[in-house]
Ligand binder design. Structure first.
Ligand SMILES: *Cc1c(COP(=O)(O)O)cnc(C)c1O
Length: 344
């Protein structure tokens, strides 16, 4: 890869971050805090949260199998996605490459940051080769986005091709593993020591059942995490979120249990939906949702909506004509959907 100093925006490389009162002090053993102009009443909400999220990172490092200094925490993965643009891409000059179709936020953040977004269409098996991704790059390509398992297609992107992309690219490759808990594939998160130009995204919003608290993670080598930390808002992860995430991390087995049940339900749904007359294809899934090609997606979508059941109509997305994306819910929710579809 190119040296980080070359990949990073010059103003960001030179940036001296804001230093907050709590930054300088951290979570040490002091008993009187008169440094941050807080109100002494209304504990615990009166205190600013730890800007470096030290306790949370220590717990996460164990569960995720990475080092504390290799973790960036943000207000959802969405913050980490935006961070990659703001740190590495120059508005109006640089570009990024991404698989298509994929998660919509990569493109939205490119547009917000005025960065050219180059799409590489997946093949009919929803796969891509490293050669095709690398062919779309030029000297001004800073980032390549790969989502695996991919949203909305649901499948893993071929591991060897991801590795070839990472090792063959001069810039930074971001692998979004929001759904990796539902996949049997070894997560790339565990390989960040091996690839200096790799950033892996994880989230509390899916398998961890915490979409409301807005907590996303980026794993990368320390030098990249340090750049993100310099640019983020000082208190970007609020105290309630840090507290709830720590609670969740005490019971990782609970999450394993949810994932197992969801995977059982997924098999059941694949089979049951596949038997419906209007179902043309159910694509391979490594996530907690299924992508289904049907006879008339808009009509079925409207029909379900009238019954109070909302699925995601993906018919206007590339390669997803007449496709519905259906999340695997609880057993009861899945049964409601099935019984509605059987009456269609
Ligand atoms: C749901 C999802 C996320 C999660 O985003 P958060 O901001 O962490 O809620 C990230 N990436 C993909 C591909 C997703 O589908």
């Amino acid at each position: 890869m190119k040296p980080l100093i070359e990949l990073t925006r010059e103003n960001i490389w030179k940036l001296k971050p804001y230093s907050s009162a709590r930054d300088e002090y951290g979570e040490g053993g002091a008993k009187v805090f008169l440094d941050a102009n807080e109100n002494p009443y209304n504990s615990p909400y009166n205190r600013y949260p730890d800007p470096a999220q030290r306790k949370l990172k220590a717990a996460l490092a164990k569960v995720k199998g990475v080092k504390e200094e290799q973790i960036f925490l943000g207000n959802g993965s969405d913050e980490a996605i935006d961070m990659a643009y703001r740190c590495f891409t120059r508005p109006g000059t640089d570009n990024v490459v991404a698989i298509e179709p994929t998660y919509g936020m990569y493109k939205v953040c490119a547009d917000i940051n005025d960065v050219e977004y180059r799409k590489v269409l997946l093949d009919e098996k929803f796969q891509v080769t490293a050669d095709r991704l690398l062919d779309a790059c030029d000297g001004k390509t800073k980032l390549i986005w790969i989502c695996s398992p991919n949203n909305p297609t649901g499948n893993n992107i071929n591991r060897d091709e991801i590795v070839k992309t990472i090792t063959g690219f001069e810039g930074i490759v971001i692998v979004d593993e929001a759904y990796s808990d539902f996949s049997k594939e070894r997560p790339f998160r565990l390989d960040i020591d091996k690839y200096p130009n790799l950033i892996v995204l994880n989230t509390f919003s899916k398998a961890w059942g915490c979409a409301a608290i807005r907590l996303g993670m980026a794993f990368a080598r320390k030098e990249i995490v340090d750049i993100f930390n310099k640019v983020k808002y000082p208190y970007n992860v609020n105290g309630l979120t840090q507290r709830q995430a720590l609670e969740m991390l005490k019971e990782p087995y609970e999450i394993d249990k949810w994932v197992k049940i969801i995977l059982l339900e997924r098999s059941r749904m694949v089979e049951a939906v596949g038997m419906l007359g209007f179902c043309k294809t159910i694509y391979r899934t490594d996530s907690n949702f299924i992508l289904v090609k049907v006879d008339d997606a808009q009509k079925i979508y409207n029909y379900l909506k009238d019954k109070g059941i909302i699925v995601r109509n993906r018919t206007t997305v590339s390669l997803c004509g007449d496709c519905l994306r259906i999340t695997i819910g609880s057993k009861g929710e899945n049964n409601e959907l099935l019984s509605a579809l059987r009456q269609y």
